[in-house]
Design a protein around this ligand. Structure first.
Ligand code: ATP
Ligand code: MG
Length: 266
């Protein structure tokens, strides 16, 4: 018997005036799996994440198909039902953490509010434990900081802590490392690995960075012209890509060369 996916998607999405953006996109996410979704800018990656969270209508998009989360159809779910899931069983981490955090609220308070949105119990112990897990301080001075007093890397850690507070079954990460420098990016990728290992969180990791995705994900899905054209392990994608578009992507990865360009004579 196969593993029952925690999330199973079959989707069409249209934007009014723009037409079809996703055309029969099929994805299965196994429990505890990290699935990379790679596609070029404008291919519809964020659209897919928004559709899963049932937030697409706020952007003027409409979708059809099926989104099964733990066997339950989300496509017909009410806003009330979705509010119970978002940030609780399905979380989202976005590219720019400073835009995702409330600039006028201390981060401690934001963490407690994120806890209180889905639980009446005292969350202090869980919040502190989660902060330690993501290698953040737990002292009062830190909790009293405002988002602007954090580096982007620290802010992304806060956001990830917030996203996993309720130990979601699925974490959607939309280009979560694209705004970070190389070293910070590496440490945040490490953090996603740790969260996946410690909590067993399944992740849909959206990125245009095939290399970052290959170092993190169990499987990679390639999105092109509204469809998933290929899915495979990082090794399969890199060594035996089947679709021409995948080959183009793999070949476009820069390799380190030391060919000094000739200087222009001025
Ligand atoms: N609100 C909207 N109304 C109309 N078209 C939209 C809207 N939002 C996105 N689109 C279009 O849908 C397509 C997919 O957009 P989307 O943001 O999902 O792409 P993406 O893969 O996330 O790109 P990026 O890598 O740049 O984040 C694009 O052509 C975009 O212009
Ligand atoms: Mg996007």
């Amino acid at each position: 018997m196969g593993i029952i996916p925690v999330l199973s998607v079959m989707l069409n999405v249209d934007y009014s005036g723009k037409g079809r953006v996703l055309n029969g996109v099929c994805l299965d996410l196994a429990p505890g799996e990290i699935l990379g979704l790679v596609g070029q800018s404008g291919s519809g990656k964020s659209t897919l994440a928004l559709s899963i969270l049932r937030l697409l209508s706020f952007k003027g998009g409409s979708d059809s198909g099926s989104i099964l989360f733990r066997g339950n159809e989300l496509l017909g779910a009410s806003e009330k039902q979705m509010r119970k899931l978002r940030g609780n069983q399905i979380s989202l981490v976005l590219q720019s953490p400073l835009a995702s955090l409330n600039p006028s609220m201390r981060i401690g308070r934001q963490l407690f509010e994120a806890w209180g949105a889905h639980s009446n119990e005292n969350g202090a112990a869980t919040i502190m434990e989660t902060l330690r897990q993501v290698n953040l301080p737990t002292d009062e001075a830190f909790l009293n900081r405002y988002p602007r007093q954090l580096s982007v890397g620290l802010a992304q850690r806060v956001l990830i802590a917030m996203a996993v507070l309720h130990r979601p079954a699925v974490l959607l990460a939309d280009e979560p490392t694209s705004a970070l420098d190389a070293l910070t990016q590496a440490s945040i990728l490490d953090l996603f690995r740790k969260v996946n290992r410690e909590y067993g969180t399944a992740m849909l990791f959206v990125s245009h960075d095939l290399l970052a995705v290959a170092s993190l994900c169990h499987r990679i899905a390639i999105l092109h012209e509204g469809q998933i054209v290929e899915t495979g392990t990082p090794r399969e994608i890199f060594e035996t890509p089947r679709h021409e578009y995948t080959r183009t992507l793999v070949n476009a990865i820069p390799t380190l060369r030391f060919e000094t360009p000739e200087r222009v004579q001025v």
